[in-house]
Each structure stands twice: as structure tokens, then as C-alpha cells.
Design a protein around this ligand. Structure first.
Ligand code: ADP
Length: 392
């Protein structure tokens, strides 16, 4: 059966998932970790719970991909490379060029390269991944799937910042958003679960993981999203600050006597749930702690989520469904309940019994709730594989 591999090349990792298509069965998945370090590792899960892993150095992504392909045949997961007829690459930055997934050619690769300054850690790794797979599987259909493309059609009043307009024109200074593949996937699944066309629904999708973002999906289109020029903006995250007053950045940089890069690092890695609580970046640990600052971190997180949801309800003039996904959204009944209960006043009602669930597609609101509250596990890799199918 023809297979498609979804590839997510990060700065020092390469995650992959191999699907039989069109059945969408997962035949293998795994990760090459710590690429470029003295010692790395490779893990491949396949079959009925079988696993192969090895520790070795991977100087480049190419070396990781070579080992992956070698093991796929050696372990008889595939008979021949020609079975892999599609490769889908997750790409962080698509800028204004890409409003949908595209077949990769030289022009697309040039454009992806021109966007390196928008995602300096990720974009070079994506390019390496594209080139390495092209070399190994020259005949496979190679497709780029962008985190930003779902948001590329937002109205200009929502993607522009209130700064001199020429900075947008000259430097592309605007909101791009992120997690687009996840928001697109869960919005479609939510419509399926409700038995209505996506084009008839007003949905708010809440991707609440370590990185977290919220999107207003109005009649199938992302019209606003909480992440901004970069994924640092929006709601409070595990270690990212989310929205803050930009004046505070320079004020603190001077007080702390650190460089701009170090200040941005603090906002990315030492802030959010971790920074407020001083205990953990993990919602699980905060939920099981009695510490005041753990509770405060949760309260601030919920408060920011509620503010975005409220503003998106206002923007869309109503809402048919709240869709929770990713680590916190799929596992924390408390978060789903607290956020949804903030909208009791407009008839949104959680069913506590139904909400006592994790990790499965389901509606957790009462039958008479004015909007459905749903839990939809995200599946970005499957969305990527489906996008590749469109071009085969
Ligand atoms: P990433 O953005 O890294 O993909 P995930 O979507 O995997 O993140 O989400 C990870 C987060 O999910 C963890 O940091 C943790 O806060 C949260 N999480 C996972 N399981 C639970 C749980 N049982 N209860 C509450 N939060 C959870």
C-alpha cells in the first residue's frame, strides 16, 4: 500500500510518522533526537508495540534520515523506498507567500529560505529536512504544510499592529499566528462531530499545550488568533509570557542588565506558568499543588484564556462551539470547566460527568448548552499526510 511520511524537522530533532494511505493507519513513528550533539538517539516504534532504538551521533539531519530509511527496510516496515510515495514537511513560517499547503519546487524552497529570519531556529532545519528527503526519495510527492497558512487569510484589521504602516510593508511586521495545522484539524473534526458543515459554524479552537494559542474559526476560516509575529504572544503558556506591555521589556532589560536576546529568552523560557509559580511549567503539577503561587499561575492562565475566548465571541457575534485540544485541553477537565463556566451567563454549560474524560473526541457540554464544548485530540501529522494526498 502507498505510504506517506509526515516530517517535523526541528533545530535538533526530526520527528516522523509513517501512514498507510488512504487508510490513514500509522505504520511507524519515531524521533531522531539531539542532532548536532556529541551523542544523539534514534527511536522507531512500529508494528504491534515493537520498538527499535539506538544511541549514536547524528552530525546532520541527513544522517538521521538515512538511518531511518535504512531501518524501515531492514525491519521490513516497508519492502522498498518506492512504497513511500508522499512526504509532508511541517514548516513553521510561511509568511504571506503561502495561504495553503504547496507542492515543493525550487521556487517554494527559495521562498522558505527567504523566511529564515522569521523563524531562525526552525526554518534552516526544515530546509535540511526537505533536501535530505528529496535526495533519498526523489520520486515522492513532497509537500510543505505551514503552521501559518491557516491564518494567512485573516482580515487586515486583525493581522496588523497599530504601528507605522510602512513597517508592515517594508519588513513584514504583522501577526502571522501559529499552530495553524492543529487549529484547522480540530475545527474540521469538531464540525464532523457536530454533524454540520464547517462553513456554517462559528468555532473557537483552543490549542492548550506547552505552547498555547486560541483561534476564532468563523465559517471555516481563521479570522483571528492569539499568537502574533512570533509564538511568544497571546495567552500565558508553560514558559512563555504571552502578551505583555512592550515598554516592560526594555525596562527589565536595563534593570537586569541583560542583552535583548537574553531578555527574549527570559520571556520564552522562564516566564508563563513556570515564572509565576516558581514551581513548574507543567499544569499537572500546578493542579496538584497547594501552593498559592501555583494557584495564582492557574488563575492567570485561565483569565487570559477567558479574555481571548470572550473577545472572539464578540468578534464573531456568537459561538457554536469551543474546541479544546493539546496537552492541557485534552487532559485538564478543570481548565475546560473553568473556561466554559465563565460563559454560563450566555448559556454555555459543561456537563461535569461528560467532562470527566481525557484524550478522546467527545462533546462535554450539556444537551441544552448554547454552544457545544468539545474535546478533540489534535493530530497535526495526520493533517499533514492528508494534505500530501491532495497533491498525489
Ligand atoms: P507541546 O506544546 O510541547 O506539544 P503538549 O500538547 O504535549 O505540549 O502539552 C504538554 C502540557 O500538557 C504539559 O506541559 C502539561 O501542562 C499538560 N498536561 C499533560 N497532561 C496533563 C494532565 N493530566 N492534566 C493537566 N495538564 C496536563
Amino acid at each position: 500500500m502507498p505510504k506517506t511520511i509526515a516530517v517535523n524537522a526541528g533545530s535538533s530533532t526530526l520527528k516522523f510518522k509513517l501512514f498507510d494511505m488512504p487508510s490513514e493507519n500509522v505504520v511507524a513513528e519515531g524521533i531522531v533526537d539531539r542532532v548536532g550533539f556529541d551523542m544523539g538517539s534514534f527511536t522507531l516504534k512500529y508494528g504491534n508495540g515493537q520498538k527499535y532504538s539506538v544511541e549514536q551521533k547524528f552530525a546532520t539531519h541527513q544522517e538521521g534520515i538515512d538511518l531511518l530509511l535504512q531501518k524501515l527496510t531492514e525491519l521490513k516496515i516497508i519492502n522498498d523506498f518506492s512504497e513511500i510515495t508522499g512526504v509532508g514537511h511541517r514548516i513553521v513560517a510561511g509568511g504571506e507567500y503561502f495561504t495553503d499547503s504547496v507542492l515543493i519546487d525550487d521556487d517554494v524552497l527559495d521562498k522558505i529560505e527567504s523566511l529564515i529570519e522569521y523563524a531562525p531556529l526552525h526554518q534552516p532545519a526544515h530546509i535540511m529536512g526537505i533536501k535530505a528527503f528529496k535526495k533519498a526519495l526523489p520520486n515522492a510527492t513532497a509537500v510543505a504544510v505551514f503552521d501559518t497558512s491557516f491564518h494567512a487569510g485573516m482580515p487586515e484589521e486583525n493581522y496588523l499592529y497599530s504601528i507605522p504602516y510602512e513597517y508592515y510593508e517594508k519588513y513584514g511586521a504583522r501577526r502571522y499566528g501559529a499552530h495553524g495545522t492543529s487549529h484547522r484539524y480540530v475545527a474540521q473534526r469538531a464540525a464532523d462531530l457536530l454533524g454540520k458543515p464547517l462553513e456554517e459554524l462559528k468555532l473557537i479552537t483552543l490549542h492548550l499545550g506547552a505552547g498555547a494559542s486560541i483561534t476564532a474559526v468563523d465559517h471555516g476560516k481563521s479570522i483571528d488568533t492569539s499568537m502574533g509575529f512570533t509564538p511568544l504572544a497571546g495567552i500565558t503558556m508553560a514558559t512563555r509570557s504571552g502578551d505583555i506591555d512592550p515598554s516592560l521589556v526594555d525596562f527589565l532589560r536595563e534593570k537586569l542588565n541583560v542583552s535583548s536576546a537574553d531578555m527574549i529568552d527570559i520571556l520564552n523560557k522562564k516566564s508563563g506558568l513556570l515564572g509565576i509559580s516558581g514551581i513548574s511549567a507543567d499544569m499537572r503539577e500546578l493542579e496538584s499543588s497547594n501552593d498559592h503561587r501555583a494557584e495564582l499561575a492557574i488563575n492567570i492562565f485561565n483569565n487570559r484564556v477567558i479574555k481571548y475566548v470572550g473577545s472572539y465571541i464578540a468578534e464573531m457575534g456568537g459561538v457554536d462551539g469551543l474546541v479544546f485540544t493539546a496537552g492541557i485541553g485534552e487532559n485538564s477537565a478543570e481548565t475546560r470547566a473553568t473556561v466554559s463556566n465563565a460563559f454560563n451567563y450566555m448559556g454555555i454549560k459543561i456537563d461535569d460527568n461528560k467532562n470527566n474524560v481525557r484524550g478522546k473526541e467527545t462533546i462535554v457540554s450539556t444537551d441544552d448548552s448554547s454552544a457545544a464544548v468539545m474535546l478533540i485530540p489534535t493530530n497535526e501529522e495526520l493533517m499533514i499526510a492528508r494534505d500530501v494526498e491532495r497533491f498525489k
